[in-house]
Design a binder for this molecule. Structure first.
Ligand code: ADP
Length: 493
């Protein structure tokens, strides 16, 4: 279906109505729960799209038990068989790409083209781990003494828990679930209460793909009691969380008594540094993607754009022209580049960051178009002359606000970029190989994008240092996160 046709079809209508799922999946059974339901709203129309179960601690315990019961048989299956089940799931994700993208727009608000991109990105994790599952090798270590054989085998860690955010409702789930299942783990997933529908549709497709009952369970409801139960459970051997540093730290503490494996993808405060010798066009493209992808609602969004004095005027003028052309609006409108923000708090934060910078001498150099007085929409905005200590340099803005901050020397750029407790993504634009090598080594971060704002891919390790988290997702490393190494020493040979 083309975008032109999309404009005439009823807003958000699915091809397969039964992919709008409003029940949770526990041990292969769909459950509506017994308590008041959680309302999911459409951030553009502000209408209620659906209501999903408000499951509690007891329901969570049932889901953990179901995952525990399913674990031995799933772990014992040959890796190839697990991959075949994942492959069927992948095929269904691809077949239902349009509906999944529509669900993402309905509950998250992002532009449909970006939602389609998210489904491709999400499917990429499943595809990668379909293949990687069979390539997970052990080791034979040359024995230090005679008559011994030293082996290292990989075993699944056991039952896992996944807690995911609203900004990439499908991709943040598949990048946990696909490696977990490929490794032989079973999982209980709790999507964000703001965007549970994509996760429930994904579960439905998993059922259709023939996943055994209890291998993938998904529960919705109030985050705290569900999170507490998952963290306290001795059956759950690993928690993988993507979200804020504040909640990540709480969960890590709650997991301490049961010594769980942890995967934490937390907040970022990404710098983008543009050096004098950068290719202007590449630098502007990098800034547009790094800043405005997903409306700026991404933990790897460029939060601070540092531009060296020699290129600053040209860069500001060229970026301003692109920002001016952005259009905020309904994600289903093919002309929309940026959808609404997720909730009123998100709007308040972007506004506070803009006002703080303006109060300290920054100026608005470009503004895209936006409907007037929409409660969740902020016009894409670019600020120049932002001071180095503006509020937005210290906190994630998580919205369509591009802040240009000047600098003079390479030394200064590194100290500004690293002056944050976070260390997820960083970006730099330059054509000088020696400078690129120096700066990419000097940046305290898990990831460095050079002349590109588009770094996320299933085949590379995604993750941070400092307050941005622990562990890596994607790539072969992402599979290891769901495996324990078992060392086997056989003597008397
Ligand atoms: P954000 O600020 O991006 O919304 P959060 O860290 O609040 O990030 O949310 C990310 C995920 O963590 C969501 O699934 C949310 O429901 C969940 N969450 C929030 N609070 C808790 C909690 N106390 N225990 C467990 N999960 C939580």
């Amino acid at each position: 279906m083309t975008d032109a046709n999309m404009a005439t079809r009823p807003r958000g209508k699915l091809d397969e109505a039964d992919l709008l799922v409003t029940q949770c999946l526990i041990g292969g059974a769909w459950t509506a729960g017994e308590r008041a339901r959680i309302r999911v709203d459409d951030p553009f129309t502000l209408d209620i799209v659906a209501e999903v179960p408000d499951l509690d601690a007891a329901d969570t315990a049932r889901a953990i038990d179901a995952a525990g019961a399913a674990f031995p048989a799933w772990a014992a299956r040959p890796a190839r068989e697990r991959s075949q089940a994942l492959r069927r799931w992948l095929d269904l994700i691809i077949r239902h790409k349009e509906d999944l993208a529509r669900l993402i727009v309905l509950e998250n608000g992002k532009a449909l083209a970006e939602a389609r991109g998210e489904v491709d990105y999400a499917a990429g994790f499943v595809e990668f781990y379909v293949e990687q599952g069979s390539r997970s090798l052990g080791e034979i270590i040359p024995a230090p003494v005679e008559g011994r054989r030293l082996l290292v085998e990989r075993e699944p860690v056991g039952v896992c828990a996944a807690i995911t955010p609203w900004n990439f409702p499908l991709a943040m789930l598949t990048r946990k679930v696909a490696p977990a299942l490929a490794a032989g783990c079973t999982i209980v997933a709790k999507p964000s209460e703001l965007t549970p529908l994509t996760a429930l549709a994904y579960a439905k497709l998993g059922e259709e793909a023939g996943l055994p009952a209890g291998v993938f369970n998904v529960i919705t409801g109030d985050a705290a009691p569900i999170g507490d139960t998952l963290c306290a459970s001795a059956t759950v051997r690993k928690l993988s969380f993507t979200g804020s540093t504040r909640i990540g730290a709480l969960l890590a503490a709650a997991c301490a008594p049961t010594i769980k494996r942890l995967g934490l993808e937390l907040g970022g405060n990404a710098p983008l540094i543009v050096y004098d010798d950068a290719d202007l066009e590449k630098a502007v493209d990098t800034a547009m993607v790094a800043k405005f992808r997903n409306g700026g609602q991404s933990c790897i969004a460029a939060n601070r754009i540092y531009v060296q004095s020699g290129i600053r005027d040209r860069f500001v003028a060229a970026l301003a022209a692109k920002v001016q052309a952005l259009r905020a609006g309904d994600g289903f409108d093919p002309d929309t580049s940026i959808g609404p923000l997720i909730n009123p708090a998100a709007v308040a934060k972007v506004t506070a960051h803009r006002d703080d910078a303006l109060g300290q001498g920054a100026r608005v150099v470009a503004q895209g178009s936006a409907p007037e007085d929409h409660a969740r929409i902020v016009a894409p905005t670019m600020l120049a002359d932002v001071p180095t200590d503006a509020l937005l340099t210290r906190e994630e803005t998580f919205g369509p606000l591009a802040a240009i901050i000047g600098f003079d020397t390479v030394e200064q750029s590194l100290s500004l970029a690293n002056d944050t407790p976070f260390g997820l993504a960083t970006y730099l634009c330059s054509e000088d190989l020696a400078l690129i090598a120096r700066v990419s080594r000097g940046l305290e971060a898990g990831m460095v994008g050079i002349n590109t704002g588009l770094i996320s891919t299933a085949v590379a390790p995604f993750g941070g240092v400092k307050l941005s988290g622990l562990g890596r997702e994607g790539s072969a490393h992402g599979l290891s996160e769901y495996q324990n190494l078992k060392y086997i020493c056989q003597a008397g040979l």
